[in-house]
Design a protein around this ligand. Structure first.
Ligand SMILES: [Zn+2]
Length: 162
């Protein structure tokens, strides 16, 4: 992944929701300004100011035609995406703007535990399972069931005999 994605303004929605942390807020400002120009209703919720349960309630009480922007650290973003989908937001009704290091989970084929790696290193990485210490080659196969990328046993090409 190169560069960080810029949020895009999606027009003609009934209402806009912005859920963000401080850094995410900065990146959403151009969008919020546009929404204000268009005179459409919107709400901003700061992460940390509200309890997660309040955010759940907030998402649940939204009506159809609402568009959601989520801008926060990658590490938290995935949870919020799931939360939003649980409350009926589809992929077309929301946008994610992550920042910071994006960690992904690698699923160990042997012990079935997860190990976190930097997403930037996906596709070119061998990693070691943090649980059973098996050397894993990180595949680009994402398993929605496991919520992680599948790690396979590394087949050593050279001889490891000494
Ligand atoms: Zn393992």
């Amino acid at each position: 992944m190169k560069g960080e994605k810029k949020p895009a303004f999606v027009t003609s929605k009934r209402k806009y929701l912005f859920c963000c942390d401080q850094k995410g807020m900065k990146r959403l400002t151009p969008i919020i300004n546009k929404v204000m120009e268009e005179n459409v209703s919107f709400e901003v919720v700061f992460l940390g100011e509200k309890e997660d349960t309040d955010i759940s309630m907030w998402l649940r009480n939204q009506k159809m035609g609402t568009y959601l922007y989520i801008a926060m650290e990658w590490s938290k973003l995935e949870d919020f995406k799931h939360l939003a989908m649980e409350y009926g937001f589809s992929e077309e009704e929301m946008q994610f703007i992550g920042h910071g290091i994006r960690l992904i989970d690698v699923f160990c084929c042997k012990c079935h535990q997860k190990t976190k790696i930097d997403r930037g290193k996906l596709y070119k990485l061998m990693t070691t399972c943090s649980h059973c210490h098996l050397k894993l080659s990180v595949s680009n196969h994402y398993s929605p069931l496991r919520g992680s990328f599948l790690g396979y046993v590394t087949l050593e090409t050279g001889s490891d005999r000494r």
